[in-house]
Design a protein around this ligand. Sequence first.
Ligand SMILES: [Zn+2]
Ligand SMILES: [Zn+2]
Length: 368
Amino acid sequence: MPRQSKDYYAILGLSRGASQEDIKKAYKKLIKQWHPDLNSDRKKEAEQKFKEIQEAYEVLSDPQKRAMYDRFGYVGEAEYSQTASGNAFEDIFRDFEGFFGRDVFDIFFGERGGRERSTASSRSGEDISITVDIDFRDSLLGTQVPVEYERYETCEHCGGSGSEPGSGYKTCPRCHGTGTIREERRSFFGVFVSTRTCETCGGTGRVVGERCRVCGGSGRIRKRHKTVVNIPPGVENGEKLRIRGEGNAGYAGGRAGDLYVVIRVRASNKFKRKGEDVYTDVTIDYVQAVLGATIQIELPTGGSTMLRIPPGTRPGTTFRLKGEGARSIRGGKRGDLYVIVNVTLSKPKSRKEEELLKELAKIRGIER
Ligand SMILES: [Zn+2]
Ligand SMILES: [Zn+2]
């Protein structure tokens, strides 16, 4: 019985004269667009489309099959045995579902039984973690850091399928195309039969005809990736930023993992951060402490400001500069800058100084 003929060109949105290059391009684009994992809102439709696109590609990317298709409008049964049996299985599965409803079906075929057959082998890529060192000032202001790291990217040669373009698929030798493996266990209570998804084909019932010669069948290629990480203002030492989708590419169209950027803030010799507040210290002369002074204070975000030290300031006095601290990356208002005042004492540095101090002692009635 000939297969029901389908318009493979229309499925890929191509005209009859399309080149191999056009076919490959259209396939890559559509397979991404209709990947069931990316279409959770219309999974059934996406699964159907996904399968059609693969089928169309298998035929049109193979010059022999394509010629046959162009001539007869379908590709002979023998050529198609695996896909045909796959479809037969799918039909049985649908009948079961219609008859028993979903729950019973799941009992029959195990948790991940036939239902996710077309997507079971697609898995998310792994997350990657990198460390980035930044200066204290940049941690407050935010910065952009160029980074370079190794990651797996989708193999362009096979579009991530792992199969050498044009080589098609063959029935999985492990599960013989069923996508599941049945196990019988005998115990005191009787015989238990369990089924699980076939690991070899990931439940799809088929494996690639020929492994992609570029990626060796994994669908991914290790590459050095360069990008620029945006670091928001206010990050603290040890903070972990997550950048979605910048990790390893997924398997067989699965979504990419995430990139975790661990921030290490280089210690500053001037400033210390506690929560959103920043601490610094400043050293003044005892005469300034006694008479009062206006001194320049460096700010943690750069630049400086003048701080008025009132007469009679004791060592260890702390001044607060409102809003000159750090900001949390989670929002909220900025912390404050605390300036701790150190005071230096010294011997008189000249005859003149000594005389003046003695005079001062007399005025204040200090015994010497
Ligand atoms: Zn490849
Ligand atoms: Zn299998």
